[in-house]
Design a protein around this ligand. Sequence first.
Ligand code: NDP
Length: 276
Amino acid sequence: MQTPPLPAALQDLAGRVAAVTGGSSGIGLATASLLLARGAAVAINGRDAQRLERAEQTLRARHPGARVLARTCDVLDGAAVQAFAAEVEATLGPVALLVNNAGQGRVSTFADTSDEAWTEELRLKFFSIIHPTRAFLPQLVRQAAALGDAAVVCVNSLLARQPEPHMVATSAARAGVVNLVRSLATEFAPQRVRVNGILVGLIDSGQWRRRFEARADRGQDWDAWSGELARGKHIPLARLGRPDEAAQALVFLASPAASYVTGTHLDVSGGHSRHA
Ligand code: NDP
């Protein structure tokens, strides 16, 4: 049985501008594509110029005539993020939807995580949110006043609630992000800027494809490798999630369909969470 569609007004993002950090791959690219399909203009960034260019071409091919801006920018460089935000506003208009997605996980136990590695990981997880949020906040506040709603959505991980010893620093940082999202949601609520996150489990994207490329058993194909991974992790849906499935949750939280939702995280883990 098909689920009836939401009223068009809630799905329609025409006239809104979105920025997706790390929009050149995986979850970010799928989110940019879904936002364009809903009628938004979309800006993406990433560090690798070639990957970014390929992503821009993909988006333009999928959405002819769409308004897309792609710029190289490291989210850890505060001045570069400020310049990116200014260029997005000048080119596409003020941003009403910010998706803080850029980043990657770090595989290390407590025994093999140096002070430098801890610092790097905490810096990535926090400043990948702090810099874009600070840079785009004036635009978000203005758009919230004009449209009645603006939103920040952060890609977070189930590790925030279910830490893994082999990803000790990432897990601890992710838990801190849950806390940060609540603080930002409370602080920005009077300005009608909502702040939420999603807790992803294992999503088929660049990170997992890179681990697949480095697999010990070279004879295993992706389906066998990822199926074994999902079964080993006891994921009830017995598979990895797709980037577009994470994107659906992000776009829901970013859209007016979630106008009374702020300060929370939506679980997108195929039932993997023991803490729902
Ligand atoms: P991908 O590697 O496919 O995409 C990551 C994106 O982030 C790329 O566009 C990358 O581009 C960009 N990026 C990384 N670091 C920076 C930076 N410092 N500045 C700007 N852009 C950056 O991975 P995913 O789609 O899986 O990852 C998206 C988010 O989801 C990440 O935050 C990740 O930690 C999180 N996540 C993913 C999980 C999964 O199972 N896939 C599980 C838990 C969390 P470039 O390298 O060119 O900069």
